[in-house]
Design a protein around this ligand. Structure first.
Ligand code: SF4
Length: 134
């Protein structure tokens, strides 16, 4: 067996803030305080989409959805990483050191694009993100 054949495929990275059309995982709900209440264990996106169908508000304003990272098909992709994840981690690190914060219990940490690239600094910022904040 060659080295190439032995090497495992890298895990598919998940975008933790994706539109409904790309969603596969129901990541969390936006609380009245604007924070994310993460759903664990992982639930399919269809659960959130069915709940949201009764409302006129965009589903992305009430729920956080995750789905496969689409890299160069996304406006935040820089060519080699997610620019949104980097920006969020940078802005939050100015407020509080990530080491001081307990990481939220989310269902996608193992494959999350932001966590893979920014480490624990991404997670406190993530819990403030509303995908559609119109
Ligand atoms: S940034 Fe952190 S909290 Fe948010 S989805 Fe990724 S691993 Fe989970």
């Amino acid at each position: 067996m060659t080295d190439v054949a032995r090497r495992a495929d890298p895990p598919e990275r998940m975008c933790p803030s994706t539109p409904a059309a790309n969603a596969t995982v129901f990541l969390g709900m936006i609380t009245p305080a604007g924070r994310v209440a993460y759903v664990t264990p992982a639930m399919p996106a269809e659960v959130a989409l069915a709940e949201a169908a009764a409302s006129d508000a965009p589903v992305e304003s009430r729920y956080r959805l995750a789905g496969p990272c689409v890299t160069s098909s996304c406006g935040f992709w820089t060519g080699d990483h997610c620019g949104l994840g980097a920006r969020l981690a940078d802005s939050y690190q100015e407020v509080v050191a990530p080491a001081e914060v307990e990481l939220p219990k989310c269902a996608i940490r193992r494959t999350c694009r932001w966590f893979a690239e920014q480490g624990a600094a991404a997670c406190p910022a993530c819990s403030h993100v509303v995908t559609d904040s119109r």
